[in-house]
Design a protein around this ligand. Structure first.
Ligand code: PAP
Length: 359
């Protein structure tokens, strides 16, 4: 179901299932059990509120998380060993992970594949690299990430302050690409996405309710504003470690942003490549229009397993791919409230995001 592209093998790779036929070392099995116990104990102590997909989410060290991803976080903190060449793609939900996954994979492997017969066309961007938050306990035995080719790439939705210092400390050389988006569009996108995934045993989450929860910060991986601010501040302190991108800038000038991305990844485009149109080829390959029309991203094209309970069809990662869809959902009063939270939260930070005045 979730198949990763492992460039070194020049082929698709099916990760090992921890619950499948493969023998798990007893030590590792015990470690999983211990973590489950720790998780149970921890959840009993945390404040909880309404989840968008499942019944409850929990406030853990300042961020609202589902029990499954708290388990992932415990595992990352206990077992994940960052390598100096790792590149992490970080984002709040629905801010551009799918797009960036495609761009990063296509950029890192541009000498390996032809654009006309590219593995992204067959497998889609979700297969490009693992989603650390849940794949750490789902697809891979803990040690398995060690075998991924360098530079390893991982996606995460975790806030910067939640990550282990082996990943986040300015003295470690691994890098982060962070992408953010107008919170109004992130809210609309997230409400649509989570409504599709929401447990059928629960009553639907109305848009007004989702709006209230979002404004109050109660939303998986949120509060949105603290998430963005954490990475923004870290990127200001260590620009060589964190590249801070905006979805809106990427829509406006994809080639400019892609060149920034490639240079940051340590893989700048040469003058020859630029002349030969490589930048434009990657932009086209990874565009919403191209990716959303691929067979693999259409009905019956495939799905991603995030946890035992959460399986998402590839096509659900593509909706409109536009800037400003919020205008079709928010009243003037609702827009005003979100923009004013953004203004207040980002005051004196040097960051602006999605303010209507800006546009
Ligand atoms: P995730 O948090 O579940 O990983 P993510 O990929 O970050 O989702 O965001 C999905 C949004 O990006 C969707 O936005 P929308 O609901 O407003 O339409 C999706 O349509 C959009 N998207 C996906 N791929 C692309 C792309 N190649 N270019 C631009 N937008 C894209």
């Amino acid at each position: 179901m979730s198949t990763y592209l492992v460039p070194d093998q020049n082929t698709c790779h099916q990760p090992t299932s921890i619950t499948g036929e493969n023998q798990i070392p007893t030590e590792e099995e015990q470690a999983y059990k211990k973590l489950d116990e720790k998780l149970k104990g921890l959840l009993a102590t945390l404040p909880k509120d309404k989840g968008w997909r499942s019944a409850n989410i929990y406030l853990h060290e300042g961020f609202w998380l589902s029990p499954q991803v708290i388990k992932g976080l415990l595992m990352i903190n206990n077992y994940f060993h960052a390598q100096s060449t790792d590149i992490f793609l970080a984002a709040f939900m629905k801010c551009g992970t799918t797009w960036l996954k495609a761009l990063m994979f296509a950029t890192a492997n541009r000498h390996r594949y032809s654009f006309s017969d590219h593995p992204l066309r067959r497998n889609g961007p979700q297969s490009a690299f693992p989603f650390l938050d849940t794949h750490i306990f789902l697809d891979y035995p803990i040690t398995k990430f060690e075998h991924l080719p360098s530079p390893r790439m991982f996606a995460t939705h975790f806030a910067h302050s939640l990550l282990p210092t082996s990943m986040s400390s300015p003295s470690s050389t691994c890098k982060f690409v962070y992408v953010c988006r107008d919170p109004k569009d992130a809210l609309i996108s997230k409400w649509h996405f989570m409504s599709k995934l929401r447990s059928k045993e629960l009553p639907p989450l109305s848009f007004n309710e989702a709006y209230e929860l979002f404004c109050n910060g109660v939303s998986e991986y949120g509060p949105f504003w603290d998430h963005v601010l954490g990475y923004w501040k870290a990127s200001q302190e260590s620009p060589e470690k964190i590249l801070f991108l905006k979805y809106e800038d990427m829509k406006k000038e994809p080639s400019v942003e892609l060149k920034k991305l490639a240079a940051f990844m340590g893989m700048p485009f040469s003058a020859e490549e630029e002349k030969g149109g490589v930048v434009g080829e990657i932009v086209k390959l990874c565009s919403f229009e191209n990716l959303s029309n691929l067979e693999v991203n259409n009905e019956g094209g495939g799905a991603q397993k995030f946890t035992a309970q959460v399986v998402v069809e590839n096509r659900d990662f593509f909706r409109k791919g536009k800037v400003g869809d919020w205008k079709n959902y928010l009243t003037e009063e609702m827009r005003e409230r979100i923009d004013s939270i953004t203004e207040t939260m980002f005051k004196n930070s040097g960051l602006t995001l999605g303010l209507t005045k800006e546009a």
